[in-house]
Each structure stands twice: as C-alpha cells, then as structure tokens.
Design a protein around this ligand. Structure first.
Ligand SMILES: [Zn+2]
Ligand SMILES: [Zn+2]
Length: 243
C-alpha cells in the first residue's frame, strides 16, 4: 500500500493558511518528500520526524514546488545533522539551490534526473516523463514492489498525455489549476482537462490538486466528473489517501 499525505496543494501560491505543492509518499518501507513547495516543511513535521525522511524529489524549478528545500538543507547541514540524504531534481533546481545556499555539503546526496532516469528508493521505483510546462518538468510514476502504482502530473498543459507515465495507474494525482474559461491561456489543466487525461490514461482513481486560490474545488471535481467515470476528489492539505 502507498500512503499519500498532502503537505500542500495550492496552485502557484498559497491560500490563507495553505501551502503549495508537496506530498509525503510512504511505501516500500520508505518516506519520500515529493515536491517541497512553501509551507510543506512545516506540514511534513505533522506527519513524520524529519530524521525519518528517506529522500526528496523535486519536479521542476517553479518556486511553488521546491523552495522549502532551502531551509530544509540548513536543517540537515547545521541543526539536525545527517549525511547522504538522497535528493533528486531537475538540473535547474540544483543550480538555484547552489545560488541561494552556496556549496552543498555531504548532508545531501544530490542526483540530477531527467525523463529517462529511473530511481529506486527501498521498495519504491520511480520513473518520469517530461510534461507540457515551461521549465523542464517531470511527471512521476511511483510503483511499489508488489503493490500499487501512483502517477503525479506535477505541472502540465494539455499537450502532454498522462498515459506517458504508462498503463495501470491505480491512482493519479493530477493538477487542475484553473477554470474551464482559462483553458489555453497557460500551461496548466482545467478540471475538465484533468478528467479527460485520466480517462485517456485509464487510471483507477483521480485525485485533483494544484487548484489555484479563488478556484472552487467542487467545481473542478464536477468538471472532471463530466469526463471521467471513476472516483474523483480534490485533495486536502494534511489528509492521507491510501492507494
Ligand atoms: Zn505549480
Ligand atoms: Zn510550474
């Protein structure tokens, strides 16, 4: 079983009391912090001890997906010291981290990944696909050995098919940033487009995320249900979903 805990799910910026994109993925005996948007470091500590974190994966260089890595880097190099914590990210996220925090220490073991990479973390296997989004952005497929599969779009426009993550996704965490009226204006998805993507990819369950402040989650769910016959819900911060 994979346990997906939402550390933040606001799109682009956080609503009052909210946090941007970040998830705790627990499976295969490991704890993975998937995207580290602002506010997610605080919420991560509601769910696990920071010493129990086994790896961090950052999908792209937009600040709503990674900047809590900067204070966390200071946690592991100065305050709760450890060494060799695996971090995987696109090249640009590493460059930006070094610009702000300076030289990396052995607190982290950083690997630059791309769409062809494969990552193993305990019983979790991670694979990737480049999405339809401005900077290099990696959608993620998480397979637990002998268990379920979870897909995560990160950020994408409609030109990238969710099926590029492969068949048989038990659940997909799909961005639904904007209302239908905004389709085509930016490289993001509406609820309707998220539903279509889920149908085309044949996923078992659709979890909507990255809904921008001011956009009604219930409307995003209703628009997605118009295109996808399976279960749909908009995720909530600090809720856990068993897959
Ligand atoms: Zn975003
Ligand atoms: Zn983005």
């Amino acid at each position: 079983m994979i346990r997906l805990t939402v550390l933040g799910c606001c799109g682009s910026y956080a609503a009052p009391g909210g946090a941007c994109s970040g998830y705790l993925v627990q499976g295969g005996g490991k704890n993975l912090w998937l995207d580290a948007g602002p506010g997610t470091l605080a919420n991560l500590q509601r769910h696990i001890d920071l010493d129990d974190l086994d790896g961090i994966l950052l999908t792209h260089a937009h600040p709503d997906h990674w900047v809590d890595l900067l204070p966390f880097h200071n946690v592991v190099r100065y305050i709760r010291k450890r060494s060799g914590l695996p971090v995987w990210s696109t090249k640009r996220v590493l460059e930006l981290t070094q610009e702000v925090n300076g030289k990396l220490t052995d607190a982290v073991d950083w690997t630059v990944i791309n769409a062809r990479s494969n990552v193993e973390l305990g019983g979790l296997r991670l694979s990737f696909s480049r999405t339809d989004h401005g900077p290099e952005t990696l959608a993620v497929r998480v397979d637990e050995a002998g268990g379920p599969s979870l897909g995560y779009t990160a950020d994408t426009g409609p030109a990238w098919p969710l099926s590029n993550l492969g068949p048989g996704l038990d659940a997909a965490l799909v961005e639904a940033s904007m209302p239908v009226e905004a389709e085509g204006s930016v490289q993001h998805l509406s609820g309707r487009q998220a539903g279509r993507a889920a149908t085309e990819a044949g996923v078992g369950r659709l979890l909507l995320t990255h809904i921008q402040p001011g956009v009604d989650p219930e409307r995003q769910v209703a628009d997605a249900r118009g295109e996808f016959a399976g279960p749909v819900e908009a995720v909530e911060t600090n809720a856990t979903y068993e897959i």
